[in-house]
Design a protein around this ligand. Structure first.
Ligand code: SAH
Ligand code: DHB
Ligand code: MG
Length: 222
């Protein structure tokens, strides 16, 4: 993973975006407003965002749960798969991030579908009523096993659960790495393995966000 590789991955993400109509003014504006507000530049890439939308559309999602809103970039992508009477609940710890996200989702024309819950997700999740057709987990990686267990609890048979950043540049297989995010990611894989009510895979990705990946789980029974 040298700088040349990373540049090619970024260029290819640009090529994909240009050829497949991945970008849109409202989404670009959400990213620009997030940068202007000083938020970290860690939103999903445009092709990943569109994958989220396609997955949500494929399961006919009407109710979506997101953990980790940031500026609402992935939120807008997911909301674009919802019908007019759909609902997306998104959990965000930072009130500042939530304020930026509120402006961005309103500006994108999907604000009426979106319920932003400010606070630690582990406090918000017990207050939610399921089922959700799709859950996207993308917050603090330390809690990913807990978030996964909550996502299962708030699912129905056929629901999808997607967890972002589950490869982390290969750190998960590097025994020298024991930072909380990496340990949290390993705990997530163990939790998925030990949960008989889901069937899951994980896919490695490269792109403008570097080398990472995601877990995709389908709930069989809830
Ligand atoms: N899904 C977003 C990126 C999320 S970045 C996108 O792709 O556009 C991760 C977010 O999780 C940050 O905004 C961070 O403030 C939030 N977060 C961190 N810890 C959290 C917690 N305990 N509960 C809820 N949100 C949390
Ligand atoms: C980080 C978090 C993310 O969700 C992501 O997609 C990339 C980076 C981070 O905390 O560094
Ligand atoms: Mg992420």
């Amino acid at each position: 993973m040298n700088e040349q590789d990373e540049q090619v991955w970024t260029d290819v993400d640009g090529y994909i975006g240009a050829h497949l109509g991945v970008n849109s003014p409202a989404l670009d504006a959400a990213l620009a407003a997030s940068v202007a507000a000083g938020l970290p530049e860690i939103a999903v890439s445009p092709p990943q965002g569109k994958l989220l939308m396609l997955l949500a559309a494929s399961v006919g999602a009407r109710r979506i749960l997101e953990i980790g809103t940031l500026g609402g970039y992935s939120t807008i992508w997911l909301a674009r798969a919802l019908p007019d009477d759909g609902k997306l609940v998104t959990c965000e710890y930072s009130a500042d991030h939530a304020n930026v996200a509120r402006q961005n989702v309103d500006h994108a024309g999907v604000g009426g579908l979106i319920d932003i819950r400010v606070g630690a997700a582990m406090d918000t999740l017990p207050t939610l009523t399921g089922p959700f057709d799709l859950t996207f987990v993308d917050a603090d990686k330390e809690h990913n096993a807990d978030y996964f267990r909550w996502a299962v609890r708030l699912s129905r048979p056929g629901s999808l659960i997607i967890i972002d950043n589950t490869v982390r540049g290969g750190a998960i297989v590097d025994s020298a790495k024991d930072d909380p995010a990496t340990e949290g990611t390993r705990a997530l894989y163990a939790a998925v393995r030990d949960e008989p009510r889901v069937t899951a895979t994980a896919i490695q990705t490269v792109g403008s966000k570097g080398y990472d990946g995601f877990v995709l789980a389908r709930v069989l029974s809830a």
